[in-house]
Ligand binder design. Structure first.
Ligand code: NAP
Length: 314
């Protein structure tokens, strides 16, 4: 068991975690970053990022994360792989419980992100990321100019994705398993009034077609009332059936809302009810969910960690 006490342990290597590492590194805190199962986070599964400031021609998601990683390393960030199963905050320094070891830390920044929920239907995984199935209209919508696409889901995310896609796509099918939207009235009203959006009610997706060609060519859906199956010809499938925040191991230390997202202390986006424990990125934000907002929160969390350590005279 390591007896070393880390200044800052950052859990997560998405935009939030790595930006926190850049700032903590530059503050001379020699941060330790723990990498989980998806190093680089959600952006690594996106082919091109066109909305991250500073890249007029866009940037490959994987490349952006590699660059963030190198940038943090330049300022003394260290990386270790490991899955955190729990965070004990009753005693200080805090104890991060990993599968094979324990790490003790003066401050912890949790930047574990959220995972988009997927349907699990055939073709979805095979054609995910750059081949026509995606979970982010803001990231990928512009690639579907003048094409037909489908959005799966009936909540606010689906409504938002569908409305955003109308800027590019020729037609947006909204495939929902019931005949009323879960989305807020105002969003639902906009969706239903939009001439480019065609709801496909009472329908569940059955398969994404196009695996053999390596690109989406259609979506097979089944009407749950009639059991009839039809194939909609289209080029893009946007899955918007919700996200699962990766907050489970930290629920003893940080409050979560009904959907499992971290609830920061009221006066701050990144402070929690446990002084010295901070949150950043999609694990604490289901509203914006953008690379740049996650990076912003990572910056805030690192600055708060640095200030907290200074206040303790550490
Ligand atoms: P959500 O509200 O949980 O909606 C998920 C949708 O996906 C529901 O319509 C659900 O159908 C459907 N669904 C779930 N699993 C499915 C499956 N396996 N197959 C087919 N359909 C499935 O999730 P969300 O839309 O991401 O919203 C999450 C939270 O963030 C909500 O509180 C929302 O209000 C908020 N949000 C707000 C905004 C905004 O205010 N601009 C934007 C986005 C999100 P059922 O309806 O039948 O359950």
């Amino acid at each position: 068991m390591s007896t070393k006490i880390e200044n800052v342990v950052i859990v997560g290597t998405g935009c939030a975690g790595l930006t926190a590492a850049i700032y903590a590194g530059r503050a001379n805190l020699s941060p330790l970053v723990l990498e989980g199962t998806l190093p680089g986070g959600q952006l690594t599964t996106t082919s091109e990022v066109e909305n991250f400031p500073g890249f007029p021609n866009g940037v490959d998601g994987f490349e952006l994360m590699q660059n963030l990683r190198k940038q943090a390393e330049r300022f003394g960030t260290r990386y270790e792989s490991g899955t955190v199963n729990g965070l004990e905050t009753a005693a200080w320094p805090f104890a991060l419980k990993l599968t094979d070891r324990e790490i003790r830390a003066k401050t912890v920044i949790i930047a574990t992100g959220a995972s988009p929920r997927l349907t699990g239907i055939p073709g979805e995984k095979e054609l995910y990321g750059g081949k026509g199935v995606t979970t982010c209209a803001t990231c990928d919508g512009a690639f579907y100019r003048n094409m037909d696409v489908a959005v799966l889901g009936g909540g606010d995310s689906a409504a938002e994705e569908a409305l955003f896609l109308t800027r590019f796509a020729s037609k947006v099918y909204l495939v929902h398993r019931r005949d009323t939207l879960r989305a807020s009235k105002i969003m639902a009203g906009r969706v239903l009034a939009h001439p480019k959006i065609q709801p496909v009610w009472d329908s569940v997706p059955v398969a994404v077609e196009g695996v053999a060609q390596g690109a989406v060519s259609g979506l097979k859906v089944r009407n749950v009332k009639t059991n009839a199956e039809t194939v909609i010809a289209l080029k893009g499938v946007f899955v918007a059936i919700g996200h699962e925040p990766n907050t489970g191991p930290f629920k003893d230390a940080v409050d979560t809302d009904a959907q499992g997202y971290f609830v920061p202390a009221s006066h701050s986006q990144v402070k929690t009810r446990t002084p010295g424990v901070f949150v950043a990125g999609d694990c604490a934000d289901h509203h914006y969910r953008q690379a740049i907002t996650a990076a912003g929160m990572g910056c805030q969390a690192a600055i708060e960690a640095e200030r907290w350590l200074a206040e303790q005279g550490l």
